[in-house]
Design a protein around this ligand. Structure first.
Ligand SMILES: CC(C)(COP(=O)(O)OP(=O)(O)OC[C@H]1O[C@@H](n2cnc3c(N)ncnc32)[C@H](O)[C@@H]1OP(=O)(O)O)[C@@H](O)C(=O)NCCC(=O)NCCS
Length: 155
């Protein structure tokens, strides 16, 4: 398993894997709409933008992109680092890929220089992020209007 930075040539494959994780895995926890609408925004162009604006990593196995995740600014506070676009292909979930991506993100300078990591967790990924040491912001375990949980990890 290779964890490396995203290249422009990954855009289509990473878009496919994100859409697959959403439409297969998150579909267990969310109604088709707005899940389908959100999945439709996860285009190759969206991945290229993620690659331009964050430190975006890809997990690769035998030349195939099986997972991804990014770290980058969250607002204007340089002490806060956001985690974005965190997905593993359904057939690769539960095999340690997500943990390896998170280790790479936490080793990235953007995360190392921050005092706080933040993310918006899907219900599907909640248990994973808790296992990775994230807790609810302000202890509030209620989802927002989009059904996402606001989580953080203090460093
Ligand atoms: C959430 C996700 C990224 C986790 O990746 P993964 O490769 O399946 O996770 P790993 O196999 O690396 O798991 C690491 C640890 O977390 C635990 N874990 C993983 N998913 C879990 C869950 N849903 N609930 C509780 N624990 C979980 C594993 O048991 C493992 O624990 P261990 O190290 O003690 O054995 C992946 O399942 C996924 O893409 N889900 C669907 C898309 C999604 O919701 N993405 C997040 C958007 S915010």
């Amino acid at each position: 398993m290779l964890i490396r930075l995203f290249h422009e040539r990954d855009a289509q494959a990473v878009s496919n894997l994100v859409r697959s994780a959403l439409l297969v895995s998150c579909a267990k926890d969310y109604p088709p709409e707005p899940l389908n609408a959100f999945a439709d925004t996860q285009t190759p162009a969206c991945m290229l933008e993620r690659g331009r604006t964050t430190h975006f990593y890809v997990a690769e196995e035998d030349g195939v992109a099986v997972g991804c995740g990014a770290v980058g600014a969250d607002g204007d506070d340089p002490g806060v680092c956001g985690v974005y676009s965190f997905y593993v292909l359904p057939e690769w979930q539960g095999r340690g890929v997500g943990r390896k991506i998170m280790e790479a993100l936490e080793a990235d300078d953007a995360a190392r220089e921050a005092r706080r990591l933040t993310l918006h967790a899907s219900r599907t990924a909640l248990g994973f992020y808790r296992r990775m040491g994230f807790g609810f912001v302000g202890g509030d375990d209620r989802p927002d209007a989009d059904g996402l949980y606001h989580m953080e990890k203090l460093r």
